[in-house]
Write a protein that binds this ligand. Structure first.
Ligand SMILES: [Zn+2]
Length: 142
């Protein structure tokens, strides 16, 4: 596949930049917010371990196993908040199939270790799950 990498790429520029973003570590771009009282409270509910370990959320969880927090009065997932607090805002891409979500490398939904979190798309998530052999949901449906 041929790719034009010059600065004046006419139409593909936006999409290739976004794709690059998805695969780049810590590409959220913005600077993490300085610690506040709510930040401190957040991490107080995470059982931090070694850098490689999973850091399970100790607070309220959803039925599906994800940690649940409140952010500006709204329900939010704990691992998304963990990502935000350590790597910056999650970029909002308003394009079909390009919405960025925070994914787990470790398949542990309660985990809030920033090293286990990365940005991806729903499509990528489905693909990664298959890659890791986590296809039980397939079997259950069939
Ligand atoms: Zn983990």
């Amino acid at each position: 596949m041929q790719r034009f990498l010059g600065p004046f790429e006419p139409n593909g520029a936006v999409s290739s930049a976004e794709e690059h973003l998805v695969h780049t570590e810590g590409a959220a771009g913005s600077i993490p917010a300085p610690p506040t009282k709510s930040t401190t409270l957040f991490w107080a509910r995470v059982q931090k371990g070694a850098a490689d370990d999973c850091w399970p959320w100790q607070g309220a969880t959803m039925k599906n196993g994800y940690g649940r927090v409140k952010r500006r009065g709204k329900a939010e997932l704990a691992h998304r908040e963990a990502f935000r607090l350590t790597k910056g805002e999650i970029p909002v891409i308003k394009r079909p199939y390009a919405t960025l979500i925070v994914l787990h490398r470790c398949d542990n939904r309660a985990c809030c270790n920033p090293d286990h979190l990365y940005l991806g798309t729903y499509m990528q998530n489905a693909r990664d799950m298959v890659d890791r052999g986590r296809t039980q949901w397939d079997a259950k449906r069939g």
